[in-house]
Design a protein around this ligand. Structure first.
Ligand code: PRP
Length: 173
């Protein structure tokens, strides 16, 4: 069994808090338009969406970063664009993990140019020790150490996305 870092109950409890914060900031009647960053964030989006009260919608985009191994090079490009415009919408970008910050910085720049009414970001996991760019994030689920994490949408060579919890596959601790 892959060792547990964050269990399913802790994930769901924290996600309920994030959902309440997102709705509180958006206001009760505002349509919250979630932009899910593929692939890793799709499990998080599915659970988050179901516990946000009031009107919501969602769309999906794909990104790829280039560099050696698991190190982000800072070069990011879109592999799948959104299906719907963002202009005038209350947008919340949904990411699974914030590492160097290059991906999110790129996304915030290109999405802001589409003139949403608001552009917020929620990240389930953050590794502060890995940050290279001080990108603004409105909601963070859990800050974690620099461990190789899988599960709950996150993969190792496409495996383990189906684990119902966040696990670790490195050798530390
Ligand atoms: C992860 C994550 C972010 C990015 C964060 O995606 O979903 O998009 O890396 O890294 P950064 O802060 O260093 O830019 P990944 O490359 O694992 O792709 P996947 O979600 O499709 O598995």
């Amino acid at each position: 069994m892959i060792p547990v870092l964050i269990g399913a109950d802790d994930l769901h409890g924290r996600i309920a808090e994030l959902a309440a914060d997102i709705r509180s900031d958006a206001g009760p009647g505002t349509l919250v338009h979630f932009v899910c960053v593929l692939k890793g964030a799709f499990v998080f989006l599915a659970d988050l969406l179901r516990v946000v009260e009031g009107p919501v919608s969602c769309d999906f985009l794909g990104v790829a970063s280039y560099g050696a191994g698991t190190m982000s090079s800072g070069q990011v490009k879109l592999t799948k664009d959104l299906d719907h415009p963002l202009k005038g919408r209350y947008v919340v970008v949904v990411e699974d993990i914030l590492d160097t910050g290059h991906t999110l910085m790129y996304l915030q720049e290109i999405l802001a140019a589409r003139e949403p009414a608001a552009l917020r970001t929620v990240c389930l996991l953050s590794k502060p020790s890995r940050r290279q760019i001080d990108v603004p994030v409105d909601y963070i689920g859990f800050e974690i150490a620099d461990r190789f994490v899988v599960g709950y949408g996150l993969d190792y060579d496409e495996a383990y996305r189906n684990l119902p919890y966040i696990g670790v596959i490195d050798e530390e601790g």
